[in-house]
Design a protein around this ligand. Structure first.
Ligand code: GLN
Length: 561
């Protein structure tokens, strides 16, 4: 047993309650008091990692700084750097790099147990959910505590209590709490308290039912966080307290907020930090420290923008905005530090293909364009049309990963005259494969965890827009790709006004491009959004927003631009 205290977070009634934000905010309450915090997310699905999931179904895939060599059994290695989007929330709130092994999936648990059975680790035994699967779950949770020795380890359980898939995890948590003993663990249950508009009342019955389900599994929550459109009134808190057997002070409101980073302050105001410390026997010696004041000052920045800009985000996963959550947040951070509120217009590029005049009209109305990451061919022509528009109309533009590759396709078509230029991801038979597989990817057959992943060094050329943003010759940013801009074509493009602004050490992998004689058109092969923090915006996003503001206010009517 370690000295670490554990806070488990479960969800009730519906998914999509923002449990990740609640988990991260609870972590922040401990950080405010000077405790070290780490976080685990349990995903009950059978995928080994979320890397192969469609963002429309699952939201963004977050990419870690490091790639983890996951060895479920001796002789079997899988590379994992793609993890659940909640880790983006944890990194942003806790200002901490998360390790991929902190994302535990059912796929990993079952794979470990089954492969070990095959190599004879359990000879003579019947392999069962209890104890083999539950033991493996507990081993993984304790492994994080032992490796990182945080004062507090948050463990968020994905999905909703009552889901069949989550049962072994909840059972493992029940055993874990028993083994650790009292005052070592806390259980926070996040539930929906819906508003019935016709009668104007908040309803507690769904919460009561989901707590009953938890109780039937041997788990009594210590704290109930009620997600509702507004603060929970006293009588509603009392009702939840009575029916769910939780002290009144442990029923906490989680209302809608405009800026998610406010939530730790809302929890703090309700006494949740102190309550959890008491519950976990952490004593009263640690009080709110400097990080609390810093966070409060930071929120002032987010609350009081002096202006507003609109960024158009054309893409193929725009039907759910969670697909681009790290980008959304990076734009918000960059906006706050430039004193503006960034409004994002999500634009479906399939519609652009059907109706180019709609595209012209809508892109004309935005102040800048961010061309999004993506995979596959649906909606891609519309993305290329967007980049062509930006080049022709000289619109401030940032292309991220796929967005940068498609900027290069557009440049090849409209400036270099290679009308059928394309990426081989979309058209394997293009006569001008200006974007093609990375050399090492040509032999890769398996799909899971096989892209170029994690952080790599990036060498920036002095005098470029990219250098202006980072002000450093070498940076580290995170990657997730199989394809890249072909150096042969990029060199030719140099004669037509394209600059290669960054490469890898060898110079063979192009990491960023920009277009000369245009106001600010930049494409980056990496994903800078993953490292943007509310208190430390990504340099390139910050510069993008700054340039949009300058363009809007100063250069709008300048014929040279
Ligand atoms: N599909 C492209 C590739 O694999 C871009 C990936 C991305 O945008 N993350 O290279």
């Amino acid at each position: 047993m370690t000295e670490t205290r554990y806070v488990f977070i479960t969800g009730g009634v519906v998914s999509g309650l923002g449990k990740g934000v609640v988990t991260a905010s609870i972590g922040k309450l401990f950080q405010f008091r000077g405790y070290s915090v780490d976080a685990i997310k349990i995903d009950p699905y059978l995928n080994v990692d979320p890397g192969t999931l469609n963002p429309i179904e699952h939201g963004e895939v977050f990419v870690c700084e490091k790639v983890w060599d996951f060895e479920p059994a001796p002789g079997y290695i899988f590379h994992i750097a793609e993890i659940d989007q909640d880790f983006g929330t944890y990194e942003r709130f806790l200002d901490k790099e998360m390790h991929p092994s902190n994302n535990i999936t059912s796929g990993q648990i079952y794979l470990s147990v089954i492969l070990r059975e095959r190599i004879g680790r359990y000879l003579g035994k019947t392999i069962q959910v209890i104890p083999h699967i539950t033991d493996e779950i507990k081993r993984r949770i304790r492994g994080v505590a032992e490796r990182n020795k945080p004062d507090i380890l948050l463990v968020e359980v994905g999905g909703t209590v009552g889901d069949i898939e989550a049962m072994p995890f909840l059972e493992a948590i029940r055993q874990f709490r028993l083994e650790e003993g009292i005052r070592r663990t806390a259980l926070v249950h996040v539930t929906l308290v819906p508003l019935l508009e016709t009668i104007g009342q908040l309803k507690t019955k769904p919460t009561q039912h989901s707590v009953k389900t938890l109780q039937s599994l041997g788990l009594q929550p210590d704290v109930i966080v009620g997600r509702a459109v507004s603060e929970l009134p006293e009588d509603i808190k009392r009702k939840i307290s009575l029916f769910c057997s939780v002290p009144l002070e442990a029923v906490v409101s989680d209302p809608d907020v405009e800026v998610v980073y406010e939530l730790p302050l809302i929890f703090e105001k309700q006494g949740l930090g102190e309550y959890l410390c008491k519950l976990l026997d952490l004593g009263r010696e640690r009080t709110l420290g400097e990080s609390y004041d810093k966070w409060r000052r930071l929120m002032d920045l987010y609350r009081n923008p002096r202006g507003r800009i609109v960024v158009g985000m054309p893409g193929k996963y725009v039907m759910i905005t969670d697909s681009y959550i790290s980008i959304n947040e990076a734009l918000r951070h960059a906006g706050a530090f430039n004193g503006v509120k960034v409004e994002i217009k999500y634009l479906d590029t399939e519609r652009f293909e059907k109706d180019p005049s709609y595209m012209e009209e809508v892109l004309e109305s935005v102040d800048g364009i961010l061309l999004t990451p993506g995979f596959g061919s649906r909606g891609v022509e519309g993305m290329i049309m967007t980049a062509e528009y930006a080049i022709k109309k000289n619109k401030p533009f940032l292309g991220i990963c796929f967005g940068a590759q498609l900027l290069f396709v557009a440049f090849s078509r409209v400036v270099m005259g290679l009308k059928k230029a394309n990426t081989t991801e979309v058209d394997p038979n293009t006569p001008h494969p200006v974007v093609d597989l990375l050399p090492e990817q040509k032999v890769v057959k398996l799909k899971g965890g096989t892209m170029r992943l994690g952080a790599h060094p990036i060498y920036i050329r002095k005098g470029t827009r990219l250098y202006e943003a980072y002000n450093k010759p070498i940076i580290y940013e995170r990657f997730r790709h199989r394809y890249h801009i072909m150096p042969e074509y990029a060199l030719k493009a140099g004669k037509h006004g394209l600059t290669i602004s960054a490469t890898d050490k060898s110079g063979r992998i192009i990491n960023a491009i920009e277009i000369e004689n245009k106001y600010w058109i930049v494409g980056v092969q990496f994903h800078p959004e993953f490292k943007s923090r509310p208190n430390r915006p990504s340099p390139i996003y910050k510069m993008f927003i700054q340039k949009i503001i300058n363009f809007k206010t100063r250069f709008k009517n300048d014929p040279k631009c």
